[in-house]
Design a protein around this ligand. Structure first.
Ligand code: ZN
Length: 110
């Protein structure tokens, strides 16, 4: 195995990320080799080492499953339903109005 480039903590070049950082982006290393390593010096002990992976070679954590797709569709539908008239407007309710434009334009019934 060839020696990996070693970077100081927080000085990692762009395009590389730790497994944890990839995970936060919804990615996983996806079988690629470690591209570099980070070392954070610690007192009286060996440095803390983290392995870096190339972001451009990372893969999505998992492919879209029917259950995930349904959950996503449900979330999107919730954003399309006006909280005032309870109708699916077919588009996202503008956050600035908090209701569909037709409700917004109607005078409030006193
Ligand atoms: Zn409405």
């Amino acid at each position: 195995m060839t020696a990996l480039p070693v970077y100081r903590w927080r000085l990692a070049p762009d395009g590389l990320a730790t497994r944890r950082q990839l995970r936060a982006m919804g990615l996983r290393p996806g079988g690629q080799e470690v591209a570099a390593q980070l070392e954070r010096p610690r007192r009286r002990r060996g440095p803390l080492v983290a392995y870096l992976y190339r972001i451009d070679r990372a893969r999505p954590v998992r492919p879209m499953t029917p259950a995930r797709e349904a959950a996503l569709a449900k979330a999107m539908r919730a954003r399309r339903v006006c909280p005032v008239c309870r109708q699916d407007r077919g588009y996202c309710i503008p956050r600035s109005l908090g209701m569909c434009p037709s409700c917004h334009d109607q005078p409030v019934a006193a």
